[in-house]
Design a binder for this molecule. Structure first.
Ligand SMILES: [Zn+2]
Ligand SMILES: [Zn+2]
Length: 168
């Protein structure tokens, strides 16, 4: 196990288990495109359906594989499981998207904030930031992963600032 894997495993021990709460669900009403759910990373999407944030961990050496991959980049094992991690994190960098390019379905979402979030687990995940007060668009702002649920659409993850209230 390398240093990074050891560090992540240690952090994981702190955040795994009963301390990990279900992700909050945020209802999204604007139309959006569904992500392509590849079978090799289905575990991540299955987690969101259960309102959990799951990451892929190598069954042989314990490395957290991110980006998710069919084979371990540390020991080349094909075996992996999906483990629940804490949804808390801080914004590493953020940009505000003002104009939809490409698929025009996104025009109904602008302006929105897209960011990289450093999870307390140790991984850095990209995602949209939901914030109505504007504070979460800056580096260091604390956010939590949430499920963006829409009628008839695949649940996706995003991050919410404390100014955003969940729905039941
Ligand atoms: Zn491995
Ligand atoms: Zn806010």
């Amino acid at each position: 196990m390398g240093d990074t894997a050891r560090r992540l495993a240690a952090t994981h021990t702190l955040t795994h288990g009963r301390n990990v709460s279900l992700l909050e669900r945020i209802r999204e009403t604007s139309l959006r495109l569904d992500p392509i759910v590849h079978p090799e990373i289905e575990g991540f999407w299955a987690g969101l359906r259960e309102r959990e944030l799951r990451v892929q961990v190598c069954s042989r050496c314990g490395t957290y594989r991110f980006p998710f991959a069919p084979v371990c980049f540390n020991c080349r094992s094909f075996d992996a499981t999906w483990e629940v991690i804490s949804p808390s994190g801080t914004v590493a960098s953020a940009v505000t998207v003002h104009r939809a390019t490409g698929e025009q379905v996104w025009a109904s979402h602008v302006p929105f904030v897209s960011a990289l979030v450093d999870l307390e687990h140790g991984l850095r995940l990209p995602g949209r930031i939901l914030c109505s007060c504007g504070e979460a668009a800056s580096r260091g702002a604390r956010v939590r992963a949430v499920v963006l649920a829409a009628e008839g659409a695949v649940d996706v993850h995003g991050f919410a600032h404390s100014c955003i209230a969940p729905v039941s």
